[in-house]
Ligand binder design. Structure first.
Ligand code: C5P
Length: 371
């Protein structure tokens, strides 16, 4: 690769521009204003020429600048100009990473179709603290840009479910859960970016519509989700069941608002049909579609994942701990298979974890192609 190095003012306090110029064998850019007299406009030229931007480390301040569209320094200005993939490798103190402002910036940046993440990882930080915030391994960062523009799922079709389902109790109340829908939506968006034809069947969530290329079907109850999934599942290559489908629904939905007449009350619930298990049963030994389940547990993750993989007869089971994923913009998952050791753990923003899940699905699809 030809590498142009852009050094921010803070970065120049830690590393020397001369050292970077020597290894890149190119001049290092530090300011928007140098070269202007020679007719250069670096923030436009660099951005227009680059096939990819890699920002390592991406500090909390850089994320804030990028998320708000600031453009007073060369790097931030380039990020506004480019439409090439931008790979962010965050590195910061874990409190900074977990701060609501940083969370919001990560979310805003993740909504851009050309933004990708690698890390941060957990471990000992430069400041001496332990936690999330370590920059991803440089080898991993270098390996990532090559896969960003890839269209390895071209010609494949997916149904992806996301979010909770809501089961009405009466005209004003429902049973629900804390699923945000982010993981499923991230999988749907990444699959579309990688070339697949994607339908996202989404429960009630507080998310923007998915990025271009994803067909959205909105549902409320498990029964509606089942109907929309079963109407499509036979025609696709993979069904990714990331939704947190409610296990129970009211046996009778009250036609009028229930009154609080006693200190305690009992709701009679009946089990919802298990959509994934039904597809697993009906598909049997057929090769298609590949079925991917998710599980969220609070303890004994591996044991639950193995049990669900068998009970639902799916091909991959993505397991996460509720406290590490539910309602958060980041996740840490292991991917269990009927045979062999689980893949992972994969950890980071959900958009990045989604890429790893799709890598695993891509392998399953390729295996079936050979048989
Ligand atoms: O059994 P549990 O709810 O933990 O299983 C989770 C997996 O099964 C998820 O992939 C979820 O989408 C799917 N599921 C389903 N229908 C249900 C309950 C869960 O398809 N009624």
């Amino acid at each position: 690769h030809v590498v142009d190095v852009v050094l921010t003012e803070s970065a120049a306090k830690l590393v020397s521009a001369t050292a970077l110029a020597a290894v890149a064998r190119r001049p290092v850019r530090t300011s928007m204003w140098e070269g202007v007299g020679d007719g250069r406009m670096d923030h436009i030229d660099l951005a227009a020429d680059a096939d990819a931007f890699v920002i390592a480390p991406a500090t909390a301040d850089l994320l804030a600048r990028a998320a708000t569209g600031r453009a007073a320094d060369l790097l931030s200005a380039c990020l506004l100009v480019t439409r090439a993939p931008i790979l962010l490798a965050p590195a910061m103190n874990s409190r900074m990473w977990e701060h609501p402002f940083t969370r919001r910036n990560v979310e805003i940046l993740s909504s851009l179709p050309n933004v990708h993440w690698v890390g941060p990882e957990r471990g000992e930080l430069a400041c001496g603290w332990e936690g999330p915030g370590r920059m991803a391994d440089p080898d991993k960062i270098v390996a990532t840009p090559a896969r960003l523009g890839r269209r390895d799922l071209e010609g494949r079709s997916f149904v992806v479910t996301a979010g909770p389902t809501r089961e009405p109790l009466d005209p004003v109340r429902y049973l629900g859960n804390r699923s945000s829908g982010r993981m499923g939506q991230a999988v749907a968006e990444a699959a579309a970016r990688r070339g697949a034809k994607v339908t996202l069947v989404r429960g009630p969530v507080d998310l923007p519509p998915p990025t271009a290329g994803v067909a959205l079907v909105e549902v409320t109850t498990a029964a509606e989700m089942r109907r929309e999934v079963l109407a499509r599942w036979r025609r696709v290559d993979a069904v990714v069941m990331a939704a947190a489908v409610a296990d129970w629904r009211a046996r009778k939905v009250a036609p009028e608002k229930l009154k609080r007449t006693a200190a305690t009350t009992t709701l009679e619930l009946e089990a919802n049909p298990d959509i994934l298990a039904e597809m697993g049963r009906r598909r049997g030994k057929a090769l298609r579609p590949v079925l991917i389940g998710f599980c969220v547990e609070t303890t004994d993750l591996a044991a639950a994942a193995r049990a669900k993989l068998a009970a639902k007869r799916c091909d991959l089971l993505v397991a996460n701990l509720a406290q590490e994923a539910m309602g958060l913009p980041t996740a840490r998952v292991e991917i269990h298979r009927p045979r062999g050791k689980p893949l992972g753990p994969f950890e980071g923003p959900k958009a990045e974890v989604a890429e790893s899940i799709l890598d695993a699905i891509g392998v399953e699809l390729a295996i079936r192609e050979k048989r």
